[in-house]
Design a binder for this molecule. Structure first.
Ligand SMILES: *Cc1c(COP(=O)(O)O)cnc(C)c1O
Length: 335
């Protein structure tokens, strides 16, 4: 019996033995009292790697983005964000519900960026008719697409011109840097704040880090406490995050290579319907065919959800070949 190949998301990764050992051996203290050495180390290392002064460890990427928004914006303020951005679309409307922060959306461009000329037209004048535009929120990778340093330099310049802050939902920012073979600081440092997930391709069981200036992180710490993110002996899980940062970044290239190979195999079976970006493969088939394909793959011990198949450290090159054979054996007759 081989284990199922789970392509639903890179969140399904499980901690490896060495990561579990690091968790077992972690030095801990009460982090709400600022006494957990492992949490402090993780926050400092994450900040340094991303080119920022300070970091704040949080249980999830959703909380990390929420705390960033609550810290950047007050009630009645507005942030400019992609129409299918995670912060806007997939986080339960938290910024609006808890912060009174209004989103101004625009569609993502084909490359996953926000068109900066359009962003500029959406900034509201200083007039009581309008919400106060405070912040631009970007995403990288965006639906797997890696956006390069040049865009971030331009976004920084745009925000400086208009007096806006810049937040990056960098849940998978290390995938972007590895795919583009650029230092992650070239993407992260131009932003005022960056949220990065440890629990996706990096393979930790839980956790995100928000990085920014020392003053910003100090203010964010209050919001984190308010929304229930003050954790006690959190070093046990921070140790997994530290292990992930130290050992699992460069290996993201394997996930990208596996995704490219899976896309190649899928394109043989579904010509013209397959796209790949970093660790994600999109198979754009009619809904009925996708459902049938999902059931067929499930019978072959391959788990997928929808049209997005995600590669991660618990899927090997051999697993990808196995998925390829299962795809070859799929036939579909429309009802
Ligand atoms: C997963 C994800 C998040 C938040 O992650 P959780 O830890 O699941 O709350 C934020 N942004 C993007 C783009 C993500 O993919």
């Amino acid at each position: 019996m081989t284990a199922p190949v789970d392509l639903r998301s890179d969140t399904v990764t499980r901690p490896c033995a060495a990561m579990r050992r690091a968790m077992y051996e972690a030095e801990v203290g009460d982090d709400v009292y600022g006494e957990d050495p492992t949490v402090k180390l993780l926050e400092a290392e994450a900040a340094a790697r991303l080119g920022h002064e300070a970091g704040l460890f949080m249980p999830s990427g959703t909380q990390s983005n929420l705390v960033a928004l609550l810290t950047h914006c007050g009630r009645g303020d507005e942030y400019i964000v992609g129409a299918r951005a995670h912060t806007y679309w997939y986080e339960g409307g938290g910024a609006a519900a808890l912060g009174g922060i209004q989103p101004q959306t625009l569609p993502f461009a084909a490359d996953g960026s926000l068109d900066l000329a359009t962003v500029a037209t959406l900034i509201k004048p200083d007039d009581p008719h309008f919400a106060r535009t405070r912040l631009v929120c970007l995403e990288n990778t965006q639906a797997g697409k890696a956006i390069g340093p040049d865009y971030f330099a331009a976004a920084r310049a745009c925000c400086d011109t208009h007096g806006l802050a810049l937040h990056l939902d960098g849940a998978r920012v290390f995938n972007a840097a590895v795919a583009l073979d650029c230092p992650v600081t070239a993407i992260a440092a131009p932003c005022d704040t960056v949220s990065v997930c440890l629990s996706k391709g990096l393979g930790a069981p839980v956790g995100s880090v928000l990085v920014g200036s020392r003053a910003f992180v100090g203010a964010a710490r209050r919001w984190r406490k308010m929304v229930g993110g003050g954790m006690r002996q959190a070093g046990v899980i921070a140790a997994a995050g530290l292990y992930a940062l130290r050992h699992n970044v460069a290996r993201l290239a394997e996930d990208h290579a596996n995704a490219a190979r899976l896309a190649e195999l899928a394109a043989v079976r579904f010509p013209g319907a397959v796209r790949q970006a970093t660790n994600m493969v999109f198979v754009d088939l009619p809904e009925a065919e996708l459902v049938a394909l999902g059931a067929h793959l499930r019978a072959a011990d391959v788990i997928v959800r929808g049209n997005r198949w995600v590669l991660h450290k618990d899927v090997s090159a051999a697993d990808v070949e196995r998925v390829g054979r299962a795809l070859d054996a799929f036939t579909f007759r429309a009802a």
